[in-house]
Design a protein around this ligand. Structure first.
Ligand SMILES: CC(C)(COP(=O)(O)OP(=O)(O)OC[C@H]1O[C@@H](n2cnc3c(N)ncnc32)[C@H](O)[C@@H]1OP(=O)(O)O)[C@@H](O)C(=O)NCCC(=O)NCCS
Length: 329
């Protein structure tokens, strides 16, 4: 007996403080207009020092549970997609489990950068589909400002803090909601285009690493831009082909929100009119694994997403990772 997955609830959380383009103008050699023109971003959120990824994840999770009408005891598994865990160990999912008071269930982090939330939903789908579990909490949350170099104008203009959550539940027999397909990719040969050099087993934090600013993200922006358009376009094609659908069959495209120009290039390629693309980058920026669940939650809560619509999620990120999920909401 195979079951269908549905998204029964969503939630998101953004820290209160905002960092505007005008603020960044005072920190590095750039202008507010340049940032807006080249990225579509006007401001991003910044977590307080007392706020960690697990706090963002827990706040999002509680909102998603409320929307789903579920109790915390109903959660059978917790997956947290993040590249900015509170600690390497214990994992952030366990910290969220404790913070929301969930049962003693399998809780783990998933590291796939900006594709992490889609990968998390696809893992959840396997456990729902096979009947092992009924409700899985999937979170994408980041505190990227802790790994951003505010002297590097190529990266500090892009990233912000925040996240979101979705509950993947077993669909009732008479429900039309279902996950149609998911695909994921990894291309290690492009790993050096976007990386965090220190803090892992290859280059542990030490004085030398810190003196070279290796605790901060480094990025080859122009190359990443090209790969982003290529991989997200390939992912959209793959999803449409696998389901014998055309772009006109999709009600909403929710792409990873890295740069408005990347989103526009992908949408143009598939003839997705702008009003069929959920774009929430302007006041949020790039929150890596957080962008898709934040955009999804906003679109659900303001009524853009309606039950019965076909939704296509597509993402790319450091790794390079990329993936898609096509589902009927
Ligand atoms: C970073 C990014 C905004 C730069 O925009 P761009 O239009 O590609 O700019 P380029 O890198 O081609 O640089 C053009 C010029 O602007 C300059 N520039 C870069 N950042 C700048 C800034 N913040 N302000 C002003 N000028 C800037 C460059 O130094 C370069 O100058 P040069 O021509 O004298 O060498 C863009 O490459 C990007 O968004 N890439 C993808 C990043 C991404 O998605 N990362 C996350 C992946 S999940």
């Amino acid at each position: 007996m195979m079951y269908n997955s549905r998204i029964s609830g969503t939630g998101s959380y953004l820290p209160e403080k905002q960092l505007t383009n005008s603020d960044i103008e005072k920190m590095v050699d750039t202008t507010a207009d340049w940032i807006k023109d080249r990225t579509g971003i006007s401001s991003r959120h910044v977590a307080k020092m007392s706020e960690a990824t697990s706090d963002i994840g827990a706040a999002s999770a509680l909102k998603a549970l409320e929307m789903a009408g579920l109790k915390v005891d109903d959660i059978d598994m917790i997956i947290t997609a993040t590249i900015t865990p509170d600690h390497v160990m214990p994992n952030t999912a366990c910290l969220i489990q404790q913070k929301i008071g969930a049962r003693n269930v399998m809780s783990f982090d998933l590291s796939a950068a900006c594709s992490g939330f889609i990968f998390g939903l696809s893992v959840a789908d396997q456990f729902i589909r096979t009947g092992v579990h009924k409700n899985i909490l999937v979170i994408g949350a980041e505190v990227l400002t802790r790994i951003v170099n505010y002297q590097d104008r190529g990266t500090c203009i892009l990233f912000g803090d925040g996240g979101g959550a979705a509950i993947v539940s077993r669909a009732e027999e008479n429900s039309e909601s279902q996950f149609y397909s998911h695909h994921g990719h990894g291309e290690g040969r492009y790993g050096d285009l976007l990386m965090l050099p220190a803090g892992g087993s290859k280059t542990p934090f030490n004085q030398e690493a810190l003196s070279k600013d290796e605790q901060f993200v480094i990025m080859k922006g122009r190359d990443i831009f090209k790969q982003a358009v290529r991989t997200m376009s390939e992912c959209c094609s793959e999803a449409l082909n696998a389901n014998k659908m055309q772009s006109s069959d999709i009600d909403w495209l929710i792409p990873h929100q890295a740069n408005l120009r990347i989103i526009n290039a992908v949408a143009k390629h598939f003839d997705f009119p702008k009003d069929k693309v959920v774009i929430e980058i302007e006041d949020v920026g790039n929150t890596s694994a957080g962008t898709i669940p934040i955009a999804l939650d906003r679109a659900v809560r303001d009524g853009r997403l309606q039950r019965g619509q076909n939704i296509l999620l597509a993402a790319f990120g450091g790794g390079l990772t990329s993936g898609s999920l096509l589902f009927k909401y």
